[in-house]
Design a protein around this ligand. Structure first.
Ligand SMILES: N[C@@H](CCC(=O)N[C@@H](CS)C(=O)NCC(=O)O)C(=O)O
Length: 87
């Protein structure tokens, strides 16, 4: 079983897409709320430890960190054989 942690904030549509995808694929994940409004993602500490590009969402997968919603969705679709589409 893969271990997922999703760095998110509630108003983020991209975060929602990943949360929905994981849920529909039957995967549980640990939500990691991020204080985006307080510009936590702008801090050197956050960029050093979570995402140098300063963007949410970030999906941790078995300890590795993934960014960019589209490629993450495609990766999950391939892994679970769901929602890949034909074209
Ligand atoms: N290319 C990224 C974009 C994600 C994105 O736009 N994230 C926004 C919040 S929803 C962000 O973190 N922006 C950085 C900022 O405004 O400082 C993806 O597809 O995941």
């Amino acid at each position: 079983m893969d271990a997922y942690r999703l760095h998110y904030f509630p108003e983020s549509g991209n975060s929602y897409k990943l949360a929905l995808m994981l849920t529909l694929c039957g995967q549980s994940f640990e939500p990691v709320w991020t204080d985006f409004a307080a510009r936590v993602t702008w801090t050197p500490e956050w960029r050093r430890t979570v995402n140098p590009m300063g963007e949410i969402p970030v999906l941790e997968e078995n300890g590795g960190r993934l960014t960019q919603t589209g490629p993450i969705l495609l990766r999950l679709a391939d892994r679970f054989g769901m929602f890949r589409g034909a074209g």
